[in-house]
Each structure stands twice: as C-alpha cells, then as structure tokens.
Design a protein around this ligand. Structure first.
Ligand SMILES: Nc1ncnc2c1ncn2[C@@H]1O[C@H](COP(=O)(O)OP(=O)(O)O)[C@@H](O)[C@H]1O
Length: 325
C-alpha cells in the first residue's frame, strides 16, 4: 500500500559498514560474528537497490563507522576508504556522512575535517554548519519544509580530541567520574545505563546543544519536519544502554521540546532498535552492515509523505511506518 502513493522524496539509510579487507571475526564479547569483506558486497547491494528504485533517493545517510579500526593497524585506512567511497561514487547520489568511533580509530579529527567524510561541503549544507571548535554538525533542507540535522556524538570524547584540548579534559573528567577501570573501554557496571561511560562513546558539548536548540527553534517557526542523525543512539529504549551517548538525556530534553522533530536515527548498536516516545518522536537504531551475514542485507529506503515517512527495510532491517507526531 505504501508503495502506491508517490512520495515527496526518498532517501537511503545505511549504518556501520566497518569495511576491512580481512577475514571474518567477532565483536569484543565474541557474541556476534563480523563479516569485514562481505560488508562491501552489502553496500553494493544497497547501491544497486537505490539505483533501481522508482523514485531515486535524493541522498544517502551513512550513519558512521564506514571502515573498521583494524585498517589502521594494517596501514590500510586509505585503501579501505577509497574502496568504500568507490562504491558510493558508483552513483551520483549525494552521501551525508556521520562520524563514529571507527572514524576516529582511523583518522584524527583534523584529517576527517579535510576528508571526503566531511559532507558539509558537498551540499547546500554549507550554510548550516557549526563552525566552532571543530564540531562536525550541520543541517540541510533537501525539499522545503523538511530538514535533516547531522550531529557530532564524539564532540566531547577521548577519541579524536588532542589530549591538551579542553574537550579532552572535559571528556576524561566525565569518564573518570563514572568509570574506575584502568581500561576505560571496559564498562563500569555489568548492566544498566552507567555502562555507557566507556571510551568508545562520547557526548555533545553545550555549544552543540545550544546550536541545535537554535536550529530546531527556526524549524518550529517554519513548520518544518526534522530528522536528526548521530552515530550514537540517545533513547534508552531504542538500544542496548552500553551504546548510549553520555549526555543522551540532555539531547532528549531538547528534542522533546520542539514540535518540528519527527525522527532520530543512529547506528553503533548493530542489533538495531526502535522506540516511539510519548510525544510521538521515533528513535531508530539501524542494524549494522558489519554483523549482517552473507545472504542477508541491512539498509533501507525512506519515502517521505505529507503525513508520514515509510521505511522500506531490506534484509534484517524492518519496514516501519513513521507517522509524524
Ligand atoms: N568490555 C570491554 N572491555 C574492554 N574493551 C572493550 C570492551 N568492549 C569493547 N571494547 C573495546 O572497545 C572498542 C569498541 O568495541 P567494539 O565491540 O569493537 O565496538 P564497535 O561496535 O564500535 O566496533 C574496541 O576497541 C573493543 O576492543
């Protein structure tokens, strides 16, 4: 039924490709298999599908961790990124890149800012980016009345910040207040929300929150529908709590105070997740490509209508009707 009506526009979504030219392996806990080479094939499947869609996507949202941190160890970061970008470049559709922990395992923040993974420069987004303290956050409006915001979940983090920087100092103070372990990638508790205080996560600075507040107030005034994306999930009911952004609660309060907000999308938790809150905002965590076995898929095409978005999921990503609040 959803496929019959013509959408206003469509866009593609994909998360945690984590490509590396290495044999299959496992996650840290050895509870999930990782298919490092196959992830490129699954990206190829996604590109093929998007190219064949009746209504071609206006853009693709790549939710972060595009290549795996193992590449760095093998001196293969450049080659891996070129390989993945070649696949994306096989179609002319613009890609909006989100930065995750694996971006910072491979590159410094400076390098990322000057790389193909900085998508502020390849769209009308140029006007809408946050240009302080090297925060990678911007917004764009592909079609009047619809806006997308890319957030930087590693703004305050040990990853990608110089040890001498204020942001690093803030991050270490937050982590050490919650986590006494010598290895800060080891969670401070076996269950519950405190688990999120690990080095492979991060948070949003006050500057970024203030900027977002301004963008959403403008969107409210213009009666726009806003979708926000970040690598880290922010709703505890949409993810394993170990994957949450450190100050997820600050972000939730902002989102819930703005009527323009429709949807929040993240990656990081490869199992995926979904929750709709009391104000009707949808929180989607997308299934990760890297833990998707050969023969299946993990990507989606979102069709945008006047009253809803419809996510057509492929492989282990479910279809979802996302009614506006
Ligand atoms: N319980 C843990 N104790 C110590 N290090 C961990 C733990 N869980 C994850 N890590 C480390 O944190 C990093 C990210 O973990 P990983 O499971 O690989 O996450 P991702 O899904 O981002 O690849 C890796 O370097 C991993 O070795």
């Amino acid at each position: 039924m959803e496929n019959c009506a013509k959408p206003l526009f469509t866009f593609g979504i994909i998360a945690d490709i984590q490509y590396a030219d290495i044999d299959d392996g496992f996650n840290f806990k050895r509870s999930r298999k990782r298919y490092y080479r196959n992830s490129l094939r699954l990206l190829h499947n996604a590109q093929k599908r998007w190219t064949a869609e009746t209504v071609k996507p206006r853009f693709i949202l790549q939710l972060g961790d595009i290549i795996d941190g193992f590449n760095k160890r093998h001196g293969a970061s450049e080659r891996a990124l070129e390989t993945v970008m070649k696949e994306f470049d096989s179609s002319p559709v613009e890609v909006h890149h989100v930065w995750g922990n694996h971006e910072f395992y491979n590159y410094s923040r400076d390098t990322l800012m000057r790389s193909v993974l900085n998508s502020t420069t390849n769209s009308e987004a140029g006007e809408g980016h946050l240009s302080i303290c090297e925060i990678y956050a911007y917004h764009f409006s592909p079609v009047p009345k619809y806006r997308f915001v890319v957030l930087d979940a590693y703004d305050v983090s040990l990853l990608g910040r110089e040890e001498s920087s204020l942001k690093y100092q803030q991050a270490i103070a937050i982590l050490k207040a919650h986590n006494n372990n010598e290895d800060l990638n080891h969670p401070p508790a076996p269950v519950g929300m405190e688990q999120r205080f690990v080095k492979f996560n991060g948070g949003f600075s006050q500057d970024q929150l203030d900027w977002l507040e301004g963008v959403l107030s403008m969107a409210d005034d213009k009666l726009e529908r806003v979708t926000i994306v970040s690598h880290l999930p922010i709703h505890p009911s949409s993810t394993d709590p170990i994957c949450l952004a450190w100050n997820y609660d600050a972000l939730l309060s902002i989102l819930q105070a703005h009527k323009s907000v429709v949807c929040f999308m993240a990656g990081h938790d490869h199992d995926g997740g979904y929750h709709r809150d009391d104000s009707g905002v949808h929180y989607l965590t997308l299934e990760g490509v890297i833990e998707t076995p050969p023969g299946s898929d993990a990507f989606g095409t979102v069709s945008v209508y006047e009253d809803r978005m419809f996510l057509k999921g492929y492989g282990r990503m479910s279809d979802r009707i996302l009614m506006y609040p």
